[in-house]
Design a protein around this ligand. Structure first.
Ligand code: MN
Length: 238
């Protein structure tokens, strides 16, 4: 038995092949998994549980079928789909989990994060994140008409793209001190996150002990996942 981790699928109507690959994973290997964790940015955009885009019906139904088959699915919000709520849980049977959260992964306490909060060098990004994660901002966004939400999401996307294009790659990666601080604070020696789209297994030292930071791959090029079992964790390219 194994536990699967995926993140940064960015499912959208623009990339129908990824929707097909996601559905295939839900109907295939995920059925045999002990649990599936999705660590953020499952969707390119999520405008609220009452505004599901038509092309997202297939992935939602695939998630629902997976949870109904008895596989627990845990979903963390990313910076694209943080408006997921109880409606999303009801339509998929998945459980929304906090960012960060520590789980017991085959005896090893493991910290799960989307990863964006570790990018502390990107001050502009962190300011925007703090603003849009404010409950008052979220309530105001969800009170908008769906047309207004689409417009707001497009404006935010354009600002984000302009920022990404004008910001150095290193600034947008995780900050090493933020990683160490997170490992210390949670008392763990393993961290799994996505967001940066820089898949790797980094070996670090925390209090003289070896620690591992596993970065999940995105799905822009291919479907990929992390498979963990009693023997350890392995990144699998699609
Ligand atoms: Mn992200």
């Amino acid at each position: 038995m194994s536990t699967l981790f995926i993140s940064d699928l960015h499912l959208s109507a623009e990339r129908p092949h990824l929707i097909k690959q996601f559905v295939a994973l839900m109907q295939g290997e995920a059925r045999k998994a002990e649990a599936l964790y999705i660590l953020g940015d499952l969707f390119e955009a999520w405008l609220g549980d009452d505004a599901v885009l038509p092309d997202m019906t297939a992935p939602i139904e695939a998630l629902k079928a997976l949870t109904e088959s008895g596989v627990p699915v845990y979903v963390m919000a990313g910076n694209r789909d943080f408006l997921m709520g109880e409606g999303f849980e009801a339509m998929t049977g998945a459980k929304l989990i906090d960012d960060p959260v520590v789980i017991d992964l085959y005896g090893t306490p493991t910290l799960l994060m989307h990863g964006d909060t570790l990018c502390t060098d990107d001050v502009t990004y962190q300011q925007v994140r703090a603003r849009v994660r404010d409950p008052a901002w979220i309530a105001a966004a969800l009170a908008m008409s769906i047309e207004e939400r689409i417009k707001t999401a497009q404006e935010m996307r354009a600002q984000s793209q302009a920022h990404t294009q004008s910001t150095a790659e290193e600034i947008m990666d995780v900050n090493a001190d933020a990683v160490m601080e997170a490992l210390h604070r949670h008392g763990v020696t393993r961290l799994i996150h996505g967001h940066t789209h820089r898949p790797a297994v980094h070996i670090l030292q925390v209090n003289g002990q070896p620690a591992t930071r596993i970065v999940l791959d995105d799905w822009y090029q291919q479907a990929s996942l992390l498979r963990c079992d009693r023997a350890g964790c392995k990144l699998i390219a699609g």
